[in-house]
Design a protein around this ligand. Structure first.
Ligand code: FMN
Length: 158
């Protein structure tokens, strides 16, 4: 399965850490949505979108990228890292996928080191995340969606 994962990861590179672990699982291109001017995703079998959660949502740059470049009727999946909770962070992307007739294979999230705002004063939260266990869960998620076995949303792990 030829996969592209379009991502935004800036705060501590937490989301990119997940993607680097997943990228070893197969033929996976990682596309930084802030550096690519234009992209053709039609040649991929499956498209992932990944981001830290910023203000309860995936970064708007990922949403804009999906609106512009996600081809119709591609299977998609979502990955995120968050300090406290992913909540309904992927909601906007789910809407875009629906508008484009794309099936959603699943959503994976785990905690990521967070020093935003007041958390900085206490040295940050979710220190050390994503950790080895998070990375293994992310790899397993990808293996399952590649094998067509994943349909449910992952429960959040605290
Ligand atoms: C501006 C900003 C807003 C954030 N908003 C949230 C939020 O609403 N909910 C949450 O759980 N974490 C929030 N976080 C924490 C990040 O989601 C978390 O640290 C994530 O792992 C960052 O991913 P990255 O290092 O790949 O950019 C926020 C962080 C920043 C910098």
């Amino acid at each position: 399965m030829k996969t592209a994962i379009c991502y935004y990861s800036r705060h501590h590179g937490n989301t990119k850490k997940l993607l680097d672990a997943i990228a070893r699982e197969g033929d996976i291109a990682l596309i930084d949505v802030t550096t690519r001017q234009s992209v053709d995703l039609t040649g991929y079998d499956c498209i992932g979108f990944a981001s830290g959660i910023y203000g309860f949502a995936f970064h708007p740059a990922v949403e804009t990228f999906a609106r512009q470049y996600l081809p119709r009727e591609k299977p998609v999946f979502f990955l995120c890292t968050y300090g406290v909770t992913k909540g309904r962070g992927a909601a906007a992307l789910e809407r875009i996928a629906q508008e484009k007739g794309c099936s959603v294979l699943g959503t994976f999230g785990c905690r990521g080191y967070d020093t935003f705002g007041p958390f900085r004063l206490v040295g940050g939260i979710a220190k050390g995340h994503p950790d080895d266990r998070d990375l293994e869960r992310a790899r397993r998620f990808y293996r399952e969606i590649s094998a067509g076995n994943h349909s449910a949303e992952e429960p959040e792990v605290k």
